[in-house]
Design a protein around this ligand. Structure first.
Ligand SMILES: *Cc1c(COP(=O)(O)O)cnc(C)c1O
Length: 385
């Protein structure tokens, strides 16, 4: 296939950002002669995030998907166990548990936000329910967070946060990723802080720490052995190769050192869209997602909602003609080719509606004011405003 060259004024949906020292740190990792996982740069990244968020333990992984798969292994999810997952999310949120044989019980989104409607969860619990997976869509916490934590506590259920999009976001000052026993972050290219591909398992329950390290290191006691805590390096449990290479960790370390500047830039870009598009929302042409007073967002996603699917498709096409790539997501997992035959048949109308009407605008560190003005003008032209 021959790719058509992009027009010179094309505005991509995302573009990776270099904070500065990425290549120098990669050079240092190469010079140190240690490229496999759990080296100097991995330690720095893990300690930085442990301290910044107050995590009991952080383990750097090759992806957010891997961190979720580690969580499912660590919680001993077995065939027949049930796990509550929002339908409006990325496949990995559910797939990690499906790999262990779990049955996924999908929950609907909130009427006013793509996050899972926590008020519908109690009715989905059965004696087989083991865990609730909370996705913080666009880095935004659900206003019902305390309710879901209380519900899980009452029923003895694990809470796993899919915080893939939620780095630096907070609820009443407390970082997201510290509310569940476990949380998964992602450093995929499209996330605020990136390593190309990368992730992190945050462990908030100290009782899970020792086994997490073993699962991380292919079922061996390698980490404990290197600390002198084990007499022999041997196979002690199940596991896989979940560690990230030092090359990825070196890149990530450069990004983490600039985390505040990166977030500040995203905030400015996000707030500019919000300010410019507010009149369209006020006129009822589009809807914007509500912001919670108790939540400190991380400006990961700028989304707007169209009236229906036809309008959404026309808007995306119009933007495309203006050389702007905006995208939609997610196709609800309960309707996916893989899971639809396994789903219990309940319609999930809000998840289905976000899939038909939500549009994500280009949002990345090096997006210029001029480019943003073009995106805004194109949307205004579409709605004749
Ligand atoms: C990005 C993302 C993932 C997967 O993270 P990877 O690092 O790409 O594996 C999982 N869940 C959600 C909600 C995501 O946005």
């Amino acid at each position: 296939m021959i790719a058509t060259p992009l027009p010179p004024d094309f505005i991509p949906f995302n573009r990776p950002h270099l904070a500065g020292p990425e290549l120098e740190y990669i050079r240092q990792a190469v010079a140190a002669g240690k490229l496999s996982g759990n080296g100097e740069f991995t330690q720095r990244c893990q300690q930085f995030l442990e301290q910044r968020y107050g995590l009991a333990k952080a383990l750097l992984t090759t992806s957010g998907t891997d961190a979720l798969e580690m969580a499912a292994l660590l919680l001993n999810i077995q065939p027949g166990d049930e796990v509550i997952v929002p339908s409006y999310t990325f496949t990995s949120t559910a797939n990690a548990f499906v790999l262990r044989g779990a049955r996924i019980v999908f929950a609907d989104s909130q009427p006013n936000h793509p996050n899972m409607d926590v008020r519908t969860v109690a009715a989905l619990l059965t004696p087989r329910t083991r865990a609730i997976v909370l996705v913080h869509y666009g880095g935004q916490v659900s206003e019902h967070l305390p309710d879901v934590l209380a519900l899980a506590h009452r029923h003895g259920l694990w809470v796993v946060e899919d915080a893939a999009q939620a780095i630096e976001a907070r609820y009443q000052g407390q970082p997201l990723g510290t509310f569940g026993q476990l949380a998964a972050f992602s450093f995929h290219e499209t996330k605020n802080i990136s390593a190309g591909e990368g992730g992190l398992l945050a462990i908030n329950d100290p009782a899970l720490m020792a086994r997490a390290e073993i699962i991380w290191e292919k079922g061996t006691n390698r980490a404990a052995f290197h600390r002198g805590e084990a007499a022999r390096y041997e196979w002690v449990d199940v596991g896989s190769s979940f560690l990230a290479s030092e090359l990825n960790a070196a890149y990530l370390w450069a990004q983490l050192q600039s985390i505040e500047a990166i977030q500040q830039q995203r905030r400015q870009l996000w707030e500019y869209y919000a300010m410019a598009l507010e009149p369209l929302a006020a006129s009822g042409a589009i809807r914007l997602l509500p912001q919670l007073p108790q939540a400190q967002p991380n400006w990961h996603v700028f989304a707007l909602l169209c009236a229906d699917e036809a309008e959404r498709d026309a808007l995306l096409q119009h933007l495309r003609q203006c050389h702007i790539l905006a995208v939609f997501h997610y196709l609800p997992l309960h309707q996916s080719p893989y899971y639809a035959p396994l789903h219990d048949g309940r319609p999930l109308p809000h998840a289905e509606r976000y899939a038909r009407t939500l549009v994500r605008l280009p949002l990345f560190h090096d997006l210029t004011r001029e480019q943003q003005n073009r995106v805004i003008a194109a949307i205004q032209a579409f709605y004749h405003q």
